[in-house]
Design a protein. Structure first.
Ligand code: SPV
Ligand code: MG
Length: 274
């Protein structure tokens, strides 16, 4: 399975249109879209509202990034219920301290909570999922924090034993080496999830060949593509002192109106307006 990052319903629609299996409701992208660091600056409500809006807009599953669960196990219990009610198909919770720092930031503040504390958070999340079928993905940041492969394996096993449905192992190495070492040593039946942002040369086929990785999340490619193309378009319009040169290159107004759900509104108009 594959998931692509989105930070609002429009980008979630593009994820669905492109044929990904799921939307990754990325905290990194949402924070970036709000112009703030991905460091627990936005509130849970801001994350939740955007996730709910995405769930309402697309038919494919939405995997919610709930960061650290916005606090301790008590916060997690409330948060996961809210996400279940918002329509999330899965929630990903990471074993860092709240407030967190983003994983790929150079020299970032990467501090892990104890395994005991995180197991409590997993149990709270599972309880809050109830019989909803929402998938709980426990994410270890052991490699990100520089704690090493043994710690990553130890934590992943503990989280799997605590009942997590899948284990996300994040790595910021620029080759897939440490990630592959993890999958080779992983003996549990709990599937592995990866976010190969730092090691993009590792593709879906190679992931499948490990026999362990069942979900590949593309963490931030939407917002990176968006920033690049907006920059280029804005610069060209400034340069040309006009929009003629970019008009046929960028999406048409008609395209945007269609993405806004025009067909749906037309059906409503036809049915109810006189
Ligand atoms: C996100 O996209 O918000 C993630 C992945 O959690 S990363 O930014 O690499 O931590
Ligand atoms: Mg995140």
């Amino acid at each position: 399975m594959t998931a692509m990052a989105a930070h609002n319903p429009l980008t979630a629609c593009l994820v669905e249109e492109a044929g990904f299996d799921a939307v990754w409701a990325s905290g990194f992208e949402l924070s970036a879209s709000m112009g703030v660091p991905d460091a627990s600056i936005l509130s849970m409500d801001e994350h939740l509202t955007m996730t709910r809006r995405m769930c309402e807009r697309v038919s494919i599953p939405v995997i919610a990034d709930i960061d650290t669960g916005f606090g301790n196990a008590v916060n997690v219990h409330y948060a996961v219920r809210y996400y279940v009610n918002a329509g999330a198909a899965a929630v990903v919770m990471e074993d860092k301290y709240f407030p967190k720092d983003t994983s790929l930031r150079e020299g970032g503040r990467q501090k892990l909570v104890s395994i005991e504390e995180f197991n409590g958070k997993i149990r709270a999340a599972l309880d809050a999922c109830g019989d909803s079928q929402v998938v709980l993905i426990a994410r270890t940041e052991a490699l990100i924090a520089g704690a090493g492969l043994e710690e990553a394996l130890f934590r992943a096993k503990a989280y799997s034993d605590a009942g997590a449905d899948m284990i996300l192992v994040h790595s910021k190495a620029n080759t897939p080496g440490e990630l592959l070492a993890f999958t080779q040593r992983w003996q549990e039946s709990t599937p592995v999830v990866i976010v190969p942002t730092a090691y993009p040369q590792f593709d879906e086929r190679q992931a499948e060949q490990t026999g362990k990785i069942k979900l590949v999340i593309y963490g931030n490619h939407g917002i990176r593509a968006l920033v690049r193309s907006m920059r280029e378009t804005f610069a060209q319009i400034r340069r040309d002192a006009g929009a003629a040169g970019t008009d046929s290159v960028i999406a048409s107004v008609k395209d945007i109106i269609a993405l806004q759900g025009d067909a749906h509104m037309r059906a409503i108009e036809k049915q109810y307006l006189v």
